[in-house]
Design a protein around this ligand. Structure first.
Ligand SMILES: Cc1ncc(COP(=O)(O)O)c(C=O)c1O
Length: 402
């Protein structure tokens, strides 16, 4: 089946409900919320085998539960993995992926310089103090990544498919190939791109990670994360999760799965809307510069052509407002009437974020400047509204500066 159909059906109708011995066994059409924290069997030996991983099944909700299993199944299917683990947040998922990669490997992480701010903070403020060496490299230059892999022999590599917030697109295919050749697991945060645009495991990544909070759920009402892994990393991930207890709960899993059913359709609309809004912004007199992957002059245009599905460029746009400082940006964001100033992305509603205040707040002004995140840069997560309403809202707020 195609992705649109798999998103709707995969994971559901797997478990005939017990009919209590009367009538035919009924099957819920969509996966219910299973709130039970433990599961029992007519034969204790079955519980024993389930707990020993000798037989699939349910035993204790910290290990897995049927609602979360269904969500993991559908996202794993969309990403083309061997298994998935849903966690309490995107950050929890990244934490799990790195820890699973580092089991029995050198405690050295090679990471892209451009990453979501909290991922940078996790690497330097959580992993480094715990004795992991973290080295940052310029992932826009695959040769530099190759040299770093050879010199460092890292235990894991971390990058984003579309780097937040400047929308740079590293050469995932080349980096994944080098990582495979060196037998180093590559972890790719695929939150911005989603499996509709890119499926990192197809290129050779070991794990693809998502903040489920974003496009996959899509309605701004559930926090979660997921790691989709290749065959080598499913067992380490699940064993780790079983012990540390990061598993996503059944209520959130239910909401996320409901979102996943419409994800491909919503994502197509996000992509189409973002293309229109980015082109419109590029001609606006108050806009100094627009970052969007469809731009033929995008510094990574070759990578985008090789790695992305044709005609799909994601729903994220970032742009610099001419001559604006922090106060002027706040004024601009206050003037928006429909677009919501907020700290997330990937929702049905358009959201505007100021990276210096939110996603990259933890970095010093100098660090932001080095990365090219200027004080006049805003990030727009283009929603599924009518684009005429989106551009009218932007225009009214931008005109304060012209
Ligand atoms: C690219 C990216 N990765 C990971 C995360 C973390 O996700 P969560 O907030 O669900 O922990 C975010 C959050 O904004 C993000 O933008």
């Amino acid at each position: 089946m195609k992705m649109q159909s798999r998103a709707v059906h995969t994971g559901d109708r797997k478990r005939p409900a017990n009919n209590q011995g009367t009538g035919a066994a009924w099957i819920p059409v969509t996966t219910p919320i299973y709130t039970a924290t433990s599961f029992t069997y007519a034969e204790t030996s079955d519980l024993d085998r389930v707990m020993g991983n000798e037989m699939p099944g349910q035993s204790y909700a910290r290990y897995n539960n049927p609602t979360t299993d269904a969500l993991e199944e559908v996202v794993n299917d969309l990403e083309g993995g061997a298994g998935a683990l849903a966690c309490g947040s995107g950050m929890a998922a990244i934490h799990m992926a790195i820890n699973a990669a580092l089991i029995d490997r050198r405690r050295v992480v090679l990471a892209a310089k451009l990453l979501y701010g909290a991922t940078l903070s996790m690497l330097t403020k959580v992993f480094e103090p715990a004795g992991v060496e973290v080295v940052f490299a310029d992932f826009d230059d695959p040769d530099a990544v190759g040299t770093a892999i050879a010199e460092l022999r890292p235990g894991a590599i971390v990058m984003e498919t579309i780097a937040n917030p400047l929308l740079r697109v590293p050469a995932l295919d080349k980096i994944a190939q080098m990582a495979r050749a060196a037998n180093v697991p590559l972890i790719v945060d695929n939150t911005f791109a989603t499996p509709l645009l890119v499926r990192p495991l197809e290129f050779g990544a070991a794990m693809s990670v998502h903040s489920l909070t974003k496009y996959l759920s899509g309605h701004g009402d559930v926090m979660g994360g997921i790691v989709v892994a290749d065959a080598d990393h499913v067992a380490p991930l699940r064993n780790l999760a079983r012990t540390v207890g990061f598993l996503l709960g059944p209520f959130e899993s239910y909401l996320a799965m409901r979102g996943v059913k419409t994800f491909p359709m919503r994502m197509e609309r996000h992509c189409a809307n973002a293309c229109k809004v980015a082109s419109w912004l590029a001609t606006h007199p108050a806009v100094e510069r627009v970052n969007f992957p469809s731009d033929p002059k995008h510094p990574d245009a070759d990578n985008i052509r090789r790695v992305f599905a044709p005609g799909l460029y994601g729903g994220m746009v970032s742009f610099e407002v001419k001559g604006a400082d922090r106060a002027a940006i706040f004024q601009f964001m206050n003037a928006l009437r429909m677009i919501v100033p907020g700290t997330s992305l990937g929702d049905v509603h358009s959201l505007m974020l100021y990276p210096a205040m939110a996603s990259h707040r933890d970095l010093s002004p100098k660090h932001r400047e080095r990365l090219g995140i200027r004080d006049n840069l805003v990030r727009l997560s283009v929603g599924i509204e009518d684009t005429e309403d989106i551009t009218a809202d932007l225009d009214r707020a931008l005109r304060l500066h012209v």
